[in-house]
Design a protein around this ligand. Structure first.
Ligand code: KIV
Ligand code: ZN
Length: 516
């Protein structure tokens, strides 16, 4: 048992964290990830201590199948689940994908609300009952760990829902999940809902009861906490709260609410809270979607005390305005770490202490980038190193690399950029013009590729403070089939950071669409 697990056991009830970042989260617009990115994210979820990883929806596409199968082989300390509709074909495919996992789970679902049964499924309640029970039995032939979700539970008739719960438990379901699929319920209602259903379907208390709350009214986390109070022992959530429409309940908020308010909830989790910030940053870096600055727990301002009176209080005694420490969620202070004379060994040790495991080649590449940065920047901080390494960890094959670029701009001249990209050892040079040097450079790259790439989003931030801070550019481009690809680039020169981000996104697009 790990130290975190041992501590949690000593403190009483443990609520299991079922993370669906790679399924419910990934299926929302702009959040798609390639196979390497999903594996990297799954490894981080494992490191953070989630109990169950929902790795995807195996039947939905060959890519989803492959990522569930690969994650099943890569992850050892968590249960790995695949989603399936309540049909034999879906369940067979889900099993194919998870069967090599150390701890496989099949997660099947079927809607139980009148609205869904009548208009979507076009089935009577009796037919839904039969299908739910029969398909649970089908899944049970493959594995002992079967989860059944009654989609749109919170808008279902309670007596019918209780009948379905009893039926699937008798058929072998070991977890029953009762989702608030459309984010309609309120905390008071969700509490009552779980208290009532436990009374109407007493077998629920012999298995794992789960909640899964969407955030359409901004109540996803509050509803989840209310369900915990009503006795559920599994919660389904995502990192940064990503997910369909307004998202799912945010993992980091649920975990820290239980952690900080143990007195109130009397429940804890197996999560190593010091891995929260890294998980959030990794997801943002992969998807190119940053969290809002005032987002609880992981927003940039979550631990920033701007008002003088607050700063004074915190300096005197942290608890005056701080209910948890930045360190408890793994937020590092801005340490000055290395300089331009630091060697590869010291750099490698620092990378390791920040928790990254890089291959020899990745480390060599990251060290090269560190040296270039250390030459340009007076002080290199942990954040700078994390920015370099996090990007290195989820690289795709580099179809194109940047040779060189020259950009010109001024108040009276049109911005132009001459960019040279290298592909298969051959240099290709083109000149573009545009409304500014970054726009001109992107146009030049489009000319090299021979394709006018739609740009969906572009953001530029600074990694640290100070005039010589690294620029951190994120672009999101749209590929042939409408899929979005994010790219990230770092440099003390913001035009170069932007070009690198654009090339990174293009390489991801080639990896997904052209080179496979
Ligand atoms: O929101 C929902 O109901 C779901 C189920 C498939 C679990 O995501
Ligand atoms: Zn959902």
């Amino acid at each position: 048992m790990s130290e975190t697990k041992a501590k949690a056991a000593a403190k009483g009830r443990i609520v299991k964290i079922f993370d669906t970042t790679l399924r419910d989260g990934e299926q929302s617009p702009g959040m798609s990830m390639n196979l390497r990115e999903k594996i990297e994210m799954a490894r981080q979820l494992e490191r953070m201590g989630v109990d169950i990883i929902e790795a995807g929806f195996a039947i939905s596409s060959p890519g989803d199948f492959e990522s569930v199968r690969t994650i099943s082989g890569a992850v050892k300390d968590c249960v790995v689940a695949s989603l399936a509709r309540a049909s034999a074909e879906d369940i067979d495919r889900a099993w194919e994908a998870v069967k090599d996992a150390k701890n496989p789970r099949i997660h099947l679902f079927l809607a139980t609300s009148q609205l869904h049964m009548k208009y979507k499924l076009k089935l009577t309640p009796d037919e839904v009952y039969e299908q739910a029970v029969e398909m649970t039995r089908h899944a049970k032939r493959y594995t002992s760990d079967v989860e059944f979700s009654a989609e749109d539970s919170t808008r279902s008739d309670m007596d019918f829902l209780a009948r379905v719960c009893e039926g699937v438990i008798a058929a072998g379901a070991t977890t029953v999940n009762l989702p608030d699929t459309v984010g309609y319920t309120t905390p008071e209602e969700n509490y009552k809902f779980f208290m009532d259903i436990r009374e109407k379907a007493p077998s629920l208390d012999k298995i794992t009861i789960s909640t899964h709350c969407h955030n359409d009214l901004g109540l996803g986390v509050a509803n989840t906490l209310a369900a915990i109070r009503a006795g559920v022992n599994q919660v389904e959530c995502t990192v940064n709260g990503i997910g369909e429409r307004a998202g799912n309940a945010a993992m980091e908020e649920i975990v820290m609410a239980l952690h900080v308010r143990k007195d109130e909830y009397g429940a804890t989790t197996n999560i190593d809270t010091t891995e929260i910030t890294r998980s959030s940053n990794l997801l943002s870096s992969i998807t190119g979607v940053k969290v809002q600055p005032n987002k609880a727990i992981v927003g940039e301002n979550a631990f920033a005390h701007e008002a003088g009176i607050h700063q004074h209080g915190v300096l005197q005694k942290a608890e005056t305005y701080e209910i948890m420490t930045p360190e408890s969620v793994g937020l590092k202070t801005n340490n000055l770490v290395l300089g331009k004379h630091s060697g590869k060994h010291a750099f490698g040790e620092r990378v390791k202490s920040l928790g990254y495991e890089l291959t020899k080649d990745e480390l060599a590449d990251a060290f090269g980038k560190f040296k270039i940065l250390a030459d340009k920047k007076k002080s290199v901080y942990d954040k700078d190193i994390e920015a370099i390494v996090a990007k290195e960890a989820v690289q795709v094959p580099k179809t194109f690399t940047l040779g060189k670029f020259v950009a010109t701009n001024g108040s009276d001249v049109k911005a132009t950029a001459e960019v040279t990209l290298v592909r298969d050892g051959k240099s290709i040079k083109k000149t573009g013009d545009g409304s500014g040097p970054i726009d001109a450079a992107f146009k030049a790259i489009d000319l090299i590729i021979g394709y006018d790439i739609p740009l969906d989003d572009f953001q530029l931030d600074a990694v640290t403070e100070g005039e010589d801070a690294q620029g951190d550019a994120t672009v999101i481009i749209v590929g042939d089939a409408g899929a979005r690809y994010s790219g990230r680039g770092l440099s003390t020169d913001i035009v170069e950071a932007s070009i690198r981000a654009y090339i990174n996104a293009v390489n991801k697009m080639y990896y997904a669409e052209r080179d496979q």
